[in-house]
Design a protein around this ligand. Sequence first.
Ligand code: HEM
Length: 271
Amino acid sequence: MECPVAPKLDFGGTTPYEDYVHASVLHSLQQQWSQDPREMSFLVITQIMELYFGLLCFEWRQAQRELRDDDLRAAVRTLKRSDLHLQALNAAWRPIARMTPTEFNSFRDALGEGSGFQSGRYREVEFLLGEKSRSMLVPHRAVPAQHDALEALLNEPSLYDDVLAALHRRGLPIPEDVLKRDVAEPYEPNADVERVWADIYREGNRDLLELGEALTDLAEEFARWRYDHLLATRRSMGSKVGTGGSAGVAWLEKRTRRSIFPELWTARSYV
Ligand code: HEM
């Protein structure tokens, strides 16, 4: 029988795969700070989560451009894709979510004051979701590129700001003070916006309903990331102080209670 054509084996220089993926660069980035073998899962999962934070920011900026072009269907498609990324990000908790305190202790000291709290990309994720905070720029002062990127994002509309502006352009009564709000401030829930979402859900305009549900999916998966992080922390270090200097679990509990796209949740009581 004739053999199927085999893949090409011979390349003059590096493989096109390497040129595209930069796999050797990626695999050179796992440098443990302790001798403990369990640190490797923690480090790789953290790096994977960082990549997902970056990917989410990329997708949401794309969705913002589509919303500004009033291409709602394209925006919803992008948001749904980003929801799949969020689901994959959340699944990444599994290998490290069940560390015992002894296991975590075996490499925790090596982390020094290092904490995910200092992740610039995670802060971009929060800013894009509307959780703005000028004080969160402070840890990045020494790295101008990261600081400037965050500061620029602080002063730009969030994904939700763009959603509300798009609803307004479609004739929905989003109040003027919401449209002209200071976008560098955290988004505050608004009763008129809540009514707009309640009407959308009641009247069932298909495109707007899909937008509302795509956003709710994101809010739900993001809440899940926060809650899974909280549980992993509770499980592996109890109520000890965090490496980043916070009260640890008590501080994370407060953060976990926050809700993204608030009116999309509260409007449901009136539908
Ligand atoms: C079981 C492992 C983990 C523990 C015990 C833990 C613990 C903590 C604690 C106590 C904080 C509060 C700040 C501080 O004092 O350090 C924090 C914040 C944070 N951690 Fe983790 N963490 C873990 C894994 C991860 C991983 C894998 C990531 C992925 C990048 C991550 C990302 C973050 C982020 C983004 C924050 C800031 C959250 C916010 O600002 O609301 N953590 N973590």
